[in-house]
Design a protein around this ligand. Structure first.
Ligand code: SF4
Length: 316
């Protein structure tokens, strides 16, 4: 196999083979690996309790931007965006869990996957396989998981003999416009199969929710929020939040009123459809703190804070 032709993107190469990633100069035929000294860490987020990031990097390559990538870059863990796109699985993750679960299981209420990567990274079979083994291991010890992905949930999760019934599965969904997806989350799963996979878990009786964050302003994509909400009205919970730290959003003059109206629409929709919801702080003109208990901190800003905690603990 030679170097990629100029007009072929990483995505095209990934379609030819799930195992291939390209930096533009080199082609990788296998999933890279790394090792860690510890895996489970205290997240500081009430609903998550503990967290696991069993992959370094993320081939979804979000450009909202991705704060996990920015932090890794700042800390010198990765060189650049291309480096971030080459996920490295933590090859000793299961061994670490075997050591850490017995010590921590009496303290852990719930483990979140993941804050600095994606546990069901699209078309990354090795990541999916490892994630399933981790969930199985945690559930076997009575530890519940919350999971958030921009990938496709495997049907295997409905096997409640292997995986617990009390896990909560979520997707991030901020648009249904595939052109927007190409620009802002170029290598994540297409929207429709992403929703379909979540609906499958819901139909099998599992708890599901959607993170509508970071929601884009109309100068990034013209879209109908109602249509997106209608597609996900089967879920148990919705979190909605504005897009922060993107210069184009602040350039959108009426962004405060826009987000206020969006938030009101989400609240109204959720009330009518009996869905729990939380509007992230800073999205509305006046925050409602009463709903924070259902989704405390599942956004990338928290990922930054949490990553800081993880960094200190893991010395990475
Ligand atoms: S899916 Fe999450 S971790 Fe992966 S690139 Fe996108 S924002 Fe970053």
């Amino acid at each position: 196999m030679g170097e990629p032709k100029d007009n072929l993107s990483i995505y095209h190469f990934k379609k030819l083979s799930n195992l291939i990633l390209s930096t533009g100069e080199m082609i990788y035929f296998f999933m890279l690996t790394t090792t860690r000294k510890s895996l489970l860490y205290k997240s500081g987020v009430e609903y998550a309790d503990y967290c696991i990031n069993h992959v370094e990097g993320c081939s979804h390559g979000c450009r909202f931007p991705c704060y996990a990538m920015m932090m890794k870059k700042r800390c010198g863990v990765i060189k650049d965006y291309n480096d971030w796109l080459k996920p490295k699985i933590v090859s000793n993750a299961l061994e670490l869990l075997d050591q850490e679960i017995p010590k921590l299981k009496h303290k852990i209420k719930v483990v979140h996957l993941c804050f600095t990567t994606d546990p069901f990274m699209y078309q990354q079979k090795e990541v999916e396989d490892l994630t399933l083994k981790i969930i199985e291991k945690l559930n076997r010890d009575g530890i519940r998981c919350t999971v958030l992905t921009k990938g496709i949930y495997p049907k295997a999760l409905t096997n409640t003999k292997k995986y617990g019934e009390n896990n909560e599965y979520a997707i991030t969904l901020v648009s249904l416009d595939e052109n927007f997806k190409k620009r802002y989350e170029p290598f994540s799963a297409p929207y429709e199969p992403r929703i379909k996979a979540l609906k499958y878990l819901h139909d099998k009786g599992l708890k599901t929710w959607v993170s509508m964050e970071p929601y884009p302003t109309p100068n990034l994509v013209e879209q109908n929020l109602n249509k997106i909400l209608e597609r996900i009205k089967f879920v148990d919970k919705i979190i909605f939040g504005k897009l922060n730290y993107n210069v184009k959003t602040s350039e959108f003059e009426d962004n405060k009123n826009f987000y206020q109206e969006c938030a009101e629409l989400v609240i109204d929709f959720c009330e009518k459809n009996n869905i729990e919801r939380h509007i992230k702080y800073g999205t509305q003109k006046k925050d409602n703190k009463k709903t924070e208990r259902i989704f405390r901190g599942i956004n990338m800003n928290d990922k930054v804070n949490l990553y800081g905690v993880a960094q200190a603990r893991l010395k990475i």
